[in-house]
Design a binder for this molecule. Structure first.
Ligand code: NAI
Ligand code: MG
Length: 497
């Protein structure tokens, strides 16, 4: 198949032009004039060159965001006007959904089915959900007990200039998770997309300008983490950093943010257990364990990368997972026949291969996969890989792999599994498969995780909180919880005597 032919003319047009970043309503090159390439991970070919923004560009963007916050029309807009802009943006993205989906697949590698059915519609609905919130951000009246007569009430005001740093696994969707609630609450934004996948954020920037957000409300600076990202984290005029990415960088962000006491919200890594009891409906639990790890090539913070199966059904579950893994059709994401695409980058490919090697060295049993398929030698493809192991202390049981690599491990009973499942520095998500309602809830209550799925996995909804316990993060996105991340509470006292 000639892949180029299936890609819309518009996408080719977008890729063919000189890429700029969005600062203060202007499309600009980096102050340094430097650019860097972004590649198609299915082929290793360069898709486009984007500005290599650094501290100078971040500083310009923060100034623009500050001006838009303090002086511009944005600060005088009513909540209803902000809401309308967010709804319009959602409509625009929806109109151009195919273009976004193809661009996302080319830049990230994920299958077109996933970008077209999950990433882009999820983005649209996320903007709509927070468009609705813009007019519903209320305070309280508080019955205070001090002597006299007072009216005490609270207001929820924007935090201010928000720096947002996002990863490459759901590039446009993560931009939406960050930008939508920030704007609904009246903040201004400097967004730094991941260096591996900057393209859909730049297209989003175009639509943001087109629907009429005032200049400087959203600024998009492309660049690397150690330069542009760190500059944003350390900038004295940024009020808050919102970050999704690795726990390692999350730690650096907390340190950097300490300078001017920035508010910090972090969505970090995971090593989520997916637990199958013998009384589960295995016709659902097995596909659930498979989808739980292989969705998005395993590059998901909530990936169910530790599958625990109670003795008795262990062999059955493992053999089904292995059969499925061997049958997965790998190929370029842009080809609709492909069931799994490449990993995002050569670096990620090497990282995942390194973990597979460690697994073998430390004595885990490799049942299938573990290599790049011969016929896809140009891209960063890794075969779906199943390990069996019994020890919880193996590297592949403890560290986030972020690839299509699962470790299946046996357990004895509920006490045993709760101990094993919680034996991790992470606490993002967990799955429980059982038809026993008492066991389901008991386990759900004992697991230390921000989300527990019972007889399902990887479900997310704009109205339901999302975030981690322990070193999986700080704060909750989605739902009304996200409003807490993007507002300051002010208490106003009025003496009525
Ligand atoms: P990363 O955490 O380094 O990158 C995420 C974002 O942070 C990117 O925009 C990057 O430019 C930025 N960044 C990197 N260093 C920074 C710094 N010092 N200051 C400010 N911003 C910085 O993730 P990376 O290196 O792409 O992947 C490494 C591992 O992280 C993956 O293998 C995976 O385990 C985990 N990860 C987790 C994600 C999640 O959704 N929780 C998403 C991406 C990666
Ligand atoms: Mg990194």
């Amino acid at each position: 198949m000639d892949q180029a032919l299936s890609v819309q003319e518009r996408v080719r047009g977008f890729l063919g032009r000189e890429q700029k970043m969005l600062i203060g309503g202007q499309w600009v090159s980096a102050v340094s004039g430097k650019t860097f390439p972004t590649v198609n991970p299915a082929t290793g070919e360069v898709l486009a060159h984007v500005p290599d923004g650094d501290a100078a560009d971040v500083d310009k963007a923060v100034r623009a965001a500050r001006r838009a916050l303090e002086e511009g029309p944005w600060s005088r807009m009513t909540p209803a006007e902000r809401s309308r802009l967010l709804y319009k943006l959602a409509d625009k993205i929806e109109e151009r959904a195919t273009e976004f989906a193809q661009l996302e697949t080319l830049d990230n590698g994920k299958t077109i089915r996933e970008s077209a059915n999950i990433d882009i519609p999820g983005t649209v609905e996320h903007f709509r959900y927070f468009a609705g919130w813009a007019t519903k951000i209320t305070g309280e009246t508080i019955p205070v007990s001090v002597p006299g007569h007072f009216l005490n009430y609270t207001r929820r005001e924007p935090v201010g200039v928000v720096g947002q740093i996002i990863p490459w696994n759901f590039p446009l969707l993560m931009a939406a998770w960050k930008i939508a609630p920030a704007l609904a609450c009246g903040n201004t934004v400097v967004l730094k997309p991941a260096e591996q996948t900057p393209l859909t954020a730049l297209l989003l920037g175009e639509l943001i300008q087109e629907v009429g957000f005032p200049d400087g409300v959203v600024n998009i600076v492309t660049g690397f983490g150690e330069t542009a990202g760190a500059a944003l984290v350390n900038h004295p005029d940024v009020d808050k950093i919102a970050f999704t990415g690795s726990t390692e960088v999350g730690r650096k962000i907390m340190q950097g943010a300490a300078g001017n006491m920035k508010r910090v919200s972090l969505e970090l890594g995971g090593k989520s257990p997916n637990i199958i009891f013998p009384d589960a409906d295995l016709s659902k639990a097995i596909p659930g364990a498979i989808m739980g790890i292989y969705f998005n090539q395993g590059q998901v913070c909530a990936a169910g990368s530790r599958v625990y199966v109670q003795k008795g059904v262990f062999d059955n579950v493992v053999s089904n997972m292995v059969d499925y893994s061997k049958s997965v059709r790998l190929g370029p994401g842009i080809d609709p026949q492909s069931e799994m695409g490449p990993l995002v980058s050569n670096e990620q490919f090497n990282r995942v291969m390194h973990y597979i090697e460690r697994g073998r060295e430390e004595g885990a049993e490799l049942l299938c996969g573990g290599a790049r398929p011969d016929h896809l030698s140009n891209g960063y493809f890794v075969q779906p890989t199943v390990f069996v192991a019994t020890q919880n202390d193996l590297t592949i049981m403890r560290e986030e792999i972020f690839g299509p690599v699962v470790v299946v491990s046996p357990f004895n009973d509920i006490e045993d599994i709760v101990k094993k499942a919680n034996d991790t520095m992470y606490g993002l998500a967990a799955g429980v498969w059982t038809n026993d309602i008492r066991k389901a809830h008991r386990t759900a209550h004992l697991l230390k995780a921000g989300t527990v799925w019972v007889n399902c996995y990887n479900l997310i909804d704009n109205a339901s909180p999302w975030g981690g316990f322990k070193q999986s993060g700080i704060g909750r996105e989605m739902g009304h919880y996200a409003l807490e991340l993007y507002t300051e509470v002010k208490s106003v006292w009025v003496n009525l005597d």
